[in-house]
Design a protein around this ligand. Sequence first.
Ligand SMILES: Nc1ncnc2c1ncn2[C@@H]1O[C@H](COP(=O)(O)OP(=O)(O)OP(=O)(O)O)[C@@H](O)[C@H]1O
Length: 364
Amino acid sequence: MMINNMRLQNFRNYENETIQFMPGTNILIGDNGQGKTNIIEGIYYLLTGKSYRVHREQELLRWDQSEFHLYGDFLMNDRKVSLESHYKDKRKMVKINKVSCQRLSDFVGTINVIFFSPDDLVMIKGGPSERRRFLDLHIAQMRPGHVSILNAYNKVIQQKSALLKSFTDKHLKYSQLQLWNEQIIELGEKIILNRADLTQRLQDAADPIYGNLSSKKEKLMILYYALGKRTANEAISEFPKLLNDKLDQEIERQMVLVGPHRDDLQILLNNKPARLYASQGQQRSLVLSLKLAELEIIRQEKGEYPLLLLDDVLSELDRFRRDYLIKFIESSHIQTLITMTSADNHLELGTLYFVEQGHIRRET
Ligand SMILES: Nc1ncnc2c1ncn2[C@@H]1O[C@H](COP(=O)(O)OP(=O)(O)OP(=O)(O)O)[C@@H](O)[C@H]1O
C-alpha cells in the first residue's frame, strides 16, 4: 500500500499544504515544533478516523478555524483509492473515491497503517486498557465490523451499569439484568474470538522477531486472558455461569464485573510478566517486535504491507535495534514515513522533506 499525495487544510498548523510522497522511505525533517508529527497525525486520522494524540476533533482544527479537510490519494494492489475526511459544524464526514460513507466502519481498513512512536512503550508498561486498545485498533483495520461490535458492546455495558446504579427493586433488576447479560454474551463472544485470534497471530509472528533482537534468546509469550481464562473456548463456555455467579456482587458494587471490557493481554518473557520484570531495552525490543509482527499480519491478510509511520522512533532506539528496523523496512520495500530532527544522521535513507512552520519542501 502506498500514499501518493496528501493535502491538509486547516489541520493543526497547516493552512493549505500538499505533499507528494515517494515509494520507499520518506523522511520529514525539521526543528522541534515545525509540524512533522502533525503530518503523520493527519495521515493516521485520514486512514483510521481517529487521532492517536487527542480524543476531540476540535483540537485538530487549526486555531480560530471551524472546519478542516484532509485529502489523500493511495495505491492498494495497484488500484487508486482516494480518501477524504472532513470536519465541519462539529460533524465528521468521510468519503472513499468521492462517495460518502455512512459509518466509520465502512471506511476504516480501506488502506492500512501501522504507527509507531516512543509512546508505544505504554503497551508494555501501561494498564490492561492500553493492551486491549492495541488489539482492538489492529483488529479494526483487518475486520472493520469489529468497531461496530465494540460500540454496541460498550453501549450495553453503559446501560447495564446505569441499571445497576439506579434500581432499588431487586426482582425487577434481576430480570432486566438477564436481558443485558444475553447481549453481553452475544457481543462479548465475538470480541473475545477476534482478540484471541489476533493474539495467536501476534505470538507466531513476534516470537521469532524478538528472538533476533534479544541476545539472550528469551522466550516471548503473548497470551490473551479472556474472562480470566487461558483459552477463548473455555471463557466462552463459562461466560453465562461467570455472569450469573457475579450477579449479586455486581448489584452490590454497582459495576459490570464480567466481560471482555476487563480482559488483559499478558506479555511474558521467559514466563515472567514483561510489565514488571523486563528492562527498558527489553521493553523496547518487545514493542518493536509487536509492531513488525503487525506489519507481517496485515501483509498475510491483505497481500500487501501497510504504510508505516515512524514518529521520532529512530533516535530512541539503540544502534542494533535501529539497524534491524531499517534493514526490515528496506528489504520489505514498505513505504515508510519517518520524522526526525536535523540532528539525526540517517538522511541517506530516503527522500527528504524539509518541514518549517507548517510548510513542506521536498529536496530536489
Ligand atoms: N490546533 C492547532 N492549530 C495550529 N497550530 C497547532 C495546533 N496544534 C498544534 N499546533 C502547532 O503545531 C506545532 C507542533 O507540531 P508538531 O507536533 O508536528 O511538531 P514536530 O515538528 O513534530 O516537533 P517535535 O520535533 O518537537 O516533535 C507547534 O508549533 C504547535 O504550536
